[in-house]
Design a protein around this ligand. Structure first.
Ligand code: AMP
Ligand code: MG
Length: 344
């Protein structure tokens, strides 16, 4: 079964672009993230971030030349003389995909993402979950199209999320198909009013519709949260689970891969609580755009910690929203009530 939105140029572009960027990032991870890497050396993710955004900038300019791109990265840091080796490394990786790449062109493609939100624009997180990328854990490439402050299309490229794991519990399950075993990555796409679908990142196209879990009992719920302690409040995560009566341990993993798991019924609640060290932290649009549509179109619900929907009209940051509560819908009110009782 194929989603009926696939023939639209925007949907085809988003899938193809995220597939290519995810493969590039996965390739860079394979080449640069080695056991010898020191804990403080972030250079592999710096290279991957810039390379991924440059590739997306190049592809968007070609496909939709009028459309602005709002990206996490800018080339200014990369243009400093001391960063020349990094720029050359980024260029060399991109040149394996785009032989015409030069350092100057790469900077131009990255800066195609320097735009501000407009009535119609795209947003890219070239590597979401950078710490997971460096640990060899979860990370994603996230691209979304906004029209009039609403996410229309969201795609997550999840190189480390096995396709069979994600679609394993879906009702229209074809995952026993031998051709699909051992496929290590997944692409997840949602289009407004058209549902959420997963297909292998590599291998033959094989779309399966994703649906959130039907679990309505808190004691059977599974809670998803950040791996990095400083991106959330671990103590409150535990207290939330205890008060709600959740029996299983929360699952901690990096990036919007969590949103894909929730959409696929592999969890019921997802929390981004405010870190005590950063109570003023507000979410970036590229960290929430694709993931939130993917959950909503799979039948779930996404709000901030106060129960308000995301207001994407406030620029690059969700200035009017605190944190994130996402759920399969059935447990949303109970979760909000628990958060209120905890004073979160
Ligand atoms: P996760 O892997 O789910 O923890 O999310 C990764 C995202 O957290 C990154 O894309 C960052 O933009 C974002 N982030 C960085 N600092 C914070 C913070 N203090 N609180 C919440 N999120 C943060
Ligand atoms: Mg991010």
């Amino acid at each position: 079964m194929n989603p009926d939105f696939l023939p639209t140029p925007e949907a085809a572009f988003t899938l193809d672009t995220v597939r290519q960027a995810s493969r590039l990032v996965k390739h860079i991870q394979g080449q640069t993230v080695t056991p010898a890497l020191t804990k403080t050396d972030r250079s592999p993710v710096t290279v991957a971030d810039f390379a991924s955004q440059a590739l997306v900038g190049y592809l968007l300019k070609k496909a939709f030349p009028q459309d602005p791109l709002v990206g996490e990265e800018g080339s200014a840091a990369l243009q400093k003389p001391e960063e020349r080796p990094t720029l050359e490394q980024v260029t060399a990786f991109i040149a394996q995909f785009l032989p015409e790449a030069t350092p100057q062109k790469v900077c131009d493609w990255i800066d195609h993402g320097a735009s501000e939100p407009a009535p119609r624009f795209w947003t890219i997180d070239p590597v979401d979950g950078t710490k997971g990328f460096l640990r060899g854990d979860q990370y994603v490439v996230a691209l979304a199209l906004f029209i009039d402050n609403q996410v229309q299309i969201g795609v997550l490229g999840c190189p480390r999320l096995p396709f069979q794991q994600l679609v394993g519990v879906q009702a229209n399950d074809h995952s026993s198909d031998a051709r699909l075993s051992g496929l290590h990555g997944t692409l997840v796409i949602a289009m407004r009013d058209k549902g959420t679908w997963a297909t292998p990142l590599d291998g033959p196209e094989h779309f399966i519709a994703l649906r959130v879990s039907a679990c309505a009992q808190p004691d059977q719920a599974r809670v998803l949260g950040s791996y990095e302690a400083e991106h959330t409040n671990q103590g409150q995560m535990d207290e939330f689970a205890r008060r709600l009566g959740v029996k299983t341990e929360p699952l901690h993993l990096d990036s919007q891969a969590k949103y894909a798991l929730l959409a696929g019924g592999q969890g019921e609640l997802l929390l981004r609580l405010l870190s005590p060290a950063r109570l003023d932290y507000r979410e970036k649009i590229w960290d929430q755009a694709a993931g939130s549509l993917i959950i909503q179109e799979a039948g779930g619900k996404v709000t901030d910690l106060d129960g308000s929907p995301f207001d994407f009209s406030t620029g690059r940051t969700l200035k009017h929203n605190r944190g994130v509560l996402a759920s399969n819908g059935l447990l949303h009110e109970k979760a909000l009530e628990t958060l209120r009782m905890m004073g979160c």
